[in-house]
Design a binder for this molecule. Structure first.
Ligand SMILES: Cc1cc2nc3c(=O)[nH]c(=O)nc-3n(C[C@H](O)[C@H](O)[C@H](O)COP(=O)(O)OP(=O)(O)OC[C@H]3O[C@@H](n4cnc5c(N)ncnc54)[C@H](O)[C@@H]3O)c2cc1C
Length: 429
C-alpha cells in the first residue's frame, strides 16, 4: 500500500459485498470514495458464501429488499458471475402456511414464483424437473423463477472492478484500529495501521467483525429489546455468532441439470422424514434441512448451523471444518432427494467452505446511522445476496430516504417495531 490519502469524502471500511456495492454506487454518483480492507477484497464472508440468491423470507421487509437485490444481480450477470437459475424451497406440513404467505406476498410485489401444495402435487412438479426426484413427505414447494446463485469470490472481484471503474479507490492491508469522537458522537479521526484518516462520513461494512468496530464506536454490547406486545427483554447480547457448516461433493455440475438441460435451481429442503444413508443406516429421525447448488466443479451446500456464542476468535477467519456427522448427513440428504446423488458419500470433500457470521439480537440486519456521520451495515449474516443494500446506503448518504432500509433501523429494538418470526428453526428465514 502506498500513498494512502489522509482525507476523503467517504471512507468505506470493509471490501465485502456491502462495502463494495456502497463504493460503486457512491462513486457513480460522483463521490470521492476510499475503501480500505485489512486483508483483501472478498477476504471475509462474501468470499466464502455459498452464493445463494433467493427472495424466500417470511418477513415482508426482507422479501422486498431481496427483490431489489435480484434486480442488481440481473443488471450484469457476466461481471457479477450470476446464474439466474431460480430457487426452490420444499417443506413438510409445518411450513405450508409460511411458504404460502411468502408466495402471496411475492405475487403482490410482482416477484415471479409458483406454489405447489400437497405431497402429490409437489412430487409431480419436482419430477417434471428431475426424473430422479424421490424425496417423500414434502407437502409444500415454493419455486422462485428469479434468483439463483453467484460465484462468491469472482462476483466480489467483479463488484470491485465496477467500483474502481466508477472512480472509487480500494486499498488493502489496512486495519482500522480505533476512532476519535467529538462531543456529539461524530467520528473526527479514524486510526489505521498505516496512519490516521479524516472523512466526512464513514460506512462500516465489516461483516462478522462488526462487534469489534461496534465496540470501537462506543456502541453497547448488550441492549434492551421491546417486544411487539410492549414487554421489554433486558440486557440481551447484541451479537451472537453462528457457524454455517458447508461442504461439497465432487460431482460434475453439468450433470446437476434439469431434464431439459438447464442448470438446476438452488434446492432448499426441510423435511420431517427419517433420513437414512445409501446403506440404509439411520442418520436421523429428527427434522432436518439442507441446501445445495451447482458450483464451478462440484455440488456445494450446507446444513445444521452451529451456535458459537457471543464472542469468538475471528483471525484467522474460521472456515473449512464441520462436525464429524455433517458429511454423512448432507450426502444422505442429497441422495434422499435425487437418485443421481446415490453413492456420492466417498466423493465428499471438505474444502475451504463454511464459516462464521455475527447475528444481531433479533437475527435481522441493522442498516443505520449509529453515529452522526457513521453508517453501519450489519447484515446479520443474511447478506451475500443483498447487493442492493449498498445502492440504498448511497442514496441515504446522498440525503434521500430509503423505504427498503427503513425497517432495519436500530431504533426498532427500543420501539418494538420488530420483524415477524417464521416457523423455521434457523435464524435466517
Ligand atoms: C459459510 C457462509 C455461507 C453463506 N452463504 C450465503 C448465501 O448463500 N447467500 C447469502 O445471501 N448470504 C450468505 N452468507 C452470508 C454472507 O456471506 C454475509 O452476510 C455477507 O457476505 C457479509 O458481507 P459484508 O460485506 O458485510 O462482510 P464481509 O464480506 O465479511 O467483508 C468484511 C470485510 O471487512 C474487513 N475488515 C474487518 N475488520 C476490519 C478492520 N478492522 N479494518 C479494515 N477492514 C476490516 C474484512 O477483511 C472483510 O474483507 C453466508 C455466510 C457464511 C459464513
Amino acid at each position: 500500500m502506498t500513498d494512502l490519502p489522509s482525507a476523503t469524502s467517504t471512507l468505506v471500511i470493509g471490501a465485502g459485498v456491502h462495502g463494495l456495492s456502497t463504493a460503486w454506487h457512491l462513486a457513480q454518483a460522483g463521490d470521492d470514495v476510499l475503501v480500505i480492507d485489512k486483508t483483501d477484497v472478498a477476504a471475509g464472508a462474501s468470499g466464502i458464501a455459498c452464493g445463494v440468491i433467493r427472495n424466500n423470507y417470511f418477513q415482508p421487509a426482507m422479501s422486498e429488499l431481496m427483490a431489489a437485490c435480484v434486480e442488481v444481480w440481473e443488471s450484469d450477470p457476466e461481471a457479477l458471475h450470476y446464474h439466474g437459475s431460480g430457487y426452490i424451497a420444499l417443506g413438510p406440513p409445518a411450513q405450508e402456511s409460511d411458504l404460502a404467505a411468502v408466495y402471496e406476498r411475492q405475487q403482490r410485489i410482482g416477484y415471479p414464483s409458483e406454489l405447489y401444495l400437497g405431497e402429490e402435487e409437489v412430487a409431480a412438479h419436482m419430477r417434471s424437473l428431475f426424473g430422479d426426484w424421490r424425496a417423500p413427505g414434502l407437502t409444500v414447494c415454493l419455486h422462485e423463477r428469479a434468483g439463483g446463485y453467484a460465484f462468491n469470490r469472482e462476483s466480489m472481484l467483479g463488484l470491485a472492478a465496477k467500483a474502481r471503474a466508477a472512480g472509487a479507490r480500494i486499498e488493502t492491508g489496512i486495519t482500522v484500529t480505533g476512532f476519535e469522537l467529538d462531543d456529539a458522537g461524530a467520528v473526527t479521526l479514524v486510526h489505521t495501521t498505516t496512519g490516521d484518516i479524516t472523512a466526512e462520513r464513514i460506512v462500516v461494512a465489516v461483516g462478522p467483525w462488526v462487534p469489534d468496530l461496534w465496540a470501537m464506536l462506543g456502541l453497547p454490547a448488550r441492549i434492551d429489546v421491546r417486544q411487539p406486545d410492549g414487554s421489554v427483554e433486558t440486557d440481551l447480547p447484541m451479537w451472537t455468532y453462528w457457524y454455517l457448516q458447508e461442504g461439497e461433493i465432487d460431482f460434475d455440475p453439468a450433470r446437476f441439470v434439469t431434464d431439459d438441460g438447464r442448470p438446476s435451481p438452488v434446492l432448499h429442503i426441510d423435511s420431517d422424514q427419517t433420513l437414512r444413508d445409501d446403506e440404509a443406516r439411520l442418520i436421523t429421525t429428527e427434522p432436518w434441512g439442507v441446501y445445495f447448488k451447482p458450483d464451478r466443479h462440484s455440488v456445494q451446500g450446507g446444513a445444521q448451523p452451529l451456535q458459537l456464542g457471543h464472542s469468538i476468535e475471528l483471525d484467522p477467519y474460521p472456515t473449512g471444518t464441520v462436525e464429524p456427522g455433517f458429511p454423512d448427513m448432507w450426502c444422505a440428504a442429497l441422495s434422499h432427494c435425487l437418485g443421481r446423488f446415490e453413492g456420492m458419500r466417498p466423493r465428499y470433500s471438505q474444502v475451504r467452505s463454511g464459516g462464521a457470521g455475527a447475528f444481531t439480537v433479533d437475527n435481522f440486519p441493522v442498516f443505520d446511522f449509529m453515529r452522526p456521520n457513521v453508517f453501519v451495515a450489519a447484515d446479520s449474516n443474511h447478506g451475500y445476496k443483498m447487493i442492493a443494500v449498498g445502492r440504498e446506503i448511497a442514496r441515504v448518504l446522498g440525503g434521500e430516504h430509503s423505504a427498503l432500509l427503513h425497517p432495519f433501523r436500530f431504533e426498532r429494538f427500543a420501539t418494538g417495531d420488530l420483524h415477524p418470526v417464521s416457523h423455521s428453526p434457523y435464524p435466517w428465514s
